[in-house]
Design a protein around this ligand. Structure first.
Ligand code: PRX
Length: 645
């Protein structure tokens, strides 16, 4: 290991942060020694309850079971909107910055209340009831947040599908969770380009006969097809609705949303989160990890189609009464200065993005950053994949001018909120380390035999106890949740990540140790991409692995075996790429396709992915033992024609 340059807590944070070093030690200890008392207090401090809870934690990780504050009742939108109205009706809740730098808008808490209530009433008139699932397939416009909150207002369960997913992916998700209503827009706009959202919805709904309503926001005014029995315009319809809608009282454990995410096997899973536990952790981590103070402008660059957008554009910030910036565009449009121009325009204080964006902006050159002011910035954050120390140092020195601590927040769709993260007033930073567990979070590292590693070491990252925003189920397949997260190491939640703990107790996430890829911070299952490739009639078999990519973190490397009598060609390569885009979306485009006459398999027919990974990463001296393969000669052939040298 090269020497790590530790960054001390800056003096202003050490003095004024919500959580200072001594607070962290004390609160963390209490949170694990007396979790019931700790969490009961937090749940009272952070949330407004319709009916107070008397139970706090009920858990049995062996069964994958957890329930938090189970007999309490509350409504998420009361917490995110109504309770702020007496003091903040006129305060900005959301700042919307359009793809076009000339477009922006501020929405107050009062306006948010009205917009959410109107849409909630519209959903009711279209027959949506508590517990029904609603699909949201939207660009990054305020209506996306209204749609999520309108569902929460009436107890409907939203399933947001990222606007970059293909019609096929959208269809699968609508069918899997049996959504009957879809909220979308005519088109999205990103980086100056139009995204045909309504056309994608039309295509998806051709195979979803139970969807009776599509609510369409007019974003660009493009010509779109219209099914007058099914489609209604958002603006005209909500204008006829009342601006008040009574919040549905929800049990703490009632589902709030489903969000699909990729795993090692099969189709994406609908990760289900609950009302109270999820909201509590989103709000609490928001306040403490970002040290959010009254009036700060917070900008998370994620899309609301990912968990980061759910927790840190919508639920966490709004629950805290914060000002949350929502950005429609991309960091490099019109040019690589855009983020910093937006920071200056809206006086952003806290900026939260992914390492892939940081690396891309770093590659564009310092002058795009240094020609902007950025003096409003006081804290920076990163999420989604391990950040390499070089990108960390650039972010720290060039963007933050060595003034802003960086919170490297480790978490997952399944965890709902940060689990391992620095707290800027308490934690000296080590570039590349997500540092220490959040309150109540008890990580452990396990060796291959499932034994806990003490002190320094590296192993599989697991959690020894539940936390409020832990995944509660996989929609429609509870057993799949137990099998995926709670069976590998009985009694623990298994993250799928590996990690190292150093002598000071800092955690360093080393990346996925299962067959999940992390491409530009987006999670993809190798199995999903393989299934798309083998849909082509010329292909016999495919194996997909990740390899290091300078900007994306990981690139997609596909080994493809053709059926007898078929020859590789440039057209076929393009056809396979197109299939991945069609089946999944542009994020699933393979970077490299290697034609493989055969794949390395054990004698029982199992593909040896370890060897394929090594070849893709060009790590030939650590290939390991190949003698157990059914046909060791295929390895030689793959090495000879490898595409990443
Ligand atoms: O491998 C870890 C990586 O992203 C995975 C979770 O992906 P997803 O559910 O899409 O959620 C992404 C946003 C929370 C994890 O299993 N990951 C996330 N944050 C970090 C990270 N890896 C290293 N450092 C992080 N800060």
């Amino acid at each position: 290991m090269s020497e790590v340059h530790t960054r001390p807590v800056p003096a202003d944070f050490a003095a004024d942060a919500h959580i200072r070093a001594e607070d962290y030690q004390k609160m963390y200890r209490q949170s694990v020694e007396d979790p019931d008392a700790f969490w009961a207090q937090q749940a009272k401090d952070f949330l407004q309850w319709e009916k107070p809870f008397t139970q706090v934690i009920e858990e049995d990780l062996k069964r994958g079971h957890a329930a938090w504050f189970a007999d309490g009742q509350l409504n998420v939108t009361v917490n995110c909107i109504d309770r702020h109205l007496p003091t903040r009706a006129g305060q900005t809740a959301l700042i919307w910055e359009g793809d076009d730098p000339a477009e922006s808008e501020a929405i107050t808490y009062g306006q948010l209340h009205e917009n959410v209530c109107r849409l909630a009433n519209l959903l009711k008139t279209r027959g949506v009831r508590k517990g029904d699932r609603v699909c949201i397939y939207m660009p990054m416009i305020p209506e996306a947040a209204y749609a999520m909150l309108a569902c929460a207002r009436i107890g409907a369960v939203h399933s947001v599908v990222f606007g970059g997913f293909s019609p096929d992916s959208l269809k699968d998700r609508i069918l899997d969770s049996d959504c009957r209503l879809v909220i979308t827009a005519d088109e999205g706009v990103r980086g100056g380009r139009k995204v045909p959202l309504k056309a994608n919805v039309d295509q998806a709904l051709a195979s979803c006969p139970d969807v009776h309503t599509a609510i369409v926001v007019k974003r660009t005014g493009a010509n779109i097809d219209w099914d007058s029995k099914r489609d209604i315009w958002y603006a005209e319809s909500v204008a006829e609705m009342k601006p008040e809608c009574a919040p549905e009282p929800m049990s703490a454990e009632d589902p709030l949303f489903i969000l699909y995410t990729s795993g090692s096997t099969g189709k994406p899973k609908g990760v289900q989160h609950t009302t109270a536990g999820y909201l509590l952790m989103a709000a609490m981590t928001f306040k403490y990890a970002f040290d959010y103070k009254e009036g700060d402008v917070f900008w998370c660059t994620a899309d609301v189609g990912w968990i980061t957008g759910h927790s840190y554009i919508v639920y966490g910030p709004l629950c805290a009464g914060a000002i949350s910036l929502m950005f429609e565009g991309v960091p490099t449009y019109p040019d690589a200065s855009r983020c910093w121009q937006v920071v200056d325009k809206h006086k952003v204080n806290i900026f939260y993005t992914a390492p892939t964006a940081i690396r891309a902006l770093m590659g564009a050159g310092d002058e795009y950053v240094t020609r902007t002011d950025r003096s409003s910035l006081k804290l920076l954050g990163t999420v989604g994949e391990p950040i390499n120390p070089e990108a960390w140092e650039w972010y720290f020195k060039v963007v933050g001018e060595e003034r802003c601590p960086i919170v490297d927040t480790w978490w997952q769709t399944e965890t709902g909120a940060h689990l391992i993260t620095p707290l800027p007033g308490a934690t000296p930073l080590k570039p590349g380390s997500a540092t220490f567990p959040f309150f109540g979070v008890q990580p452990a590292l396990l060796d291959e035999k499932g034994r806990e590693i003490e002190g320094e070491g590296e192993g599989a990252l697991v959690m020894k106890s539940s936390w409020p925003s832990m995944i509660r189920s996989v929609y429609g397949d509870h057993q799949r949740m137990i099998d995926t997260y709670f069976s590998t190491f009985p009694g623990y939640y298994f993250t799928g990540d590996g990690a190292r703990r150093d002598a000071d107790g800092y955690y360093w996430i080393t990346g996925r140790i299962d067959d999940v890829l992390n491409v530009s911070g987006h999670r993809l299952g190798t199995a999903e991409i393989e299934s798309a490739i083998v849909l082509h009639e010329d292909t016999a078999e495919a194996a997909v692995v990740g390899y290091p990519h300078d900007i994306k973190g990981q690139g997609i490397y596909a080994y493809v075996t053709l059926k007898h009598g078929h020859e590789p060609s440039e057209e076929l390569r393009q056809a396979l790429i197109d299939l991945c885009v069609k089946e999944i979306g542009p994020i699933a485009k393979p970077d490299i396709i290697q034609w493989a006459p055969g794949l390395p398999k054990t004698r029982s027919g199992k593909i040896m992915r370890r060897i394929l990974r090594k070849i893709a990463c060009n790590e030939l001296d650590t290939l390991g033992d190949t003698s157990t393969l059914a046909d060791p000669s295929v390895v030689e052939e793959l090495i000879e024609h490898r595409a990443n040298r």
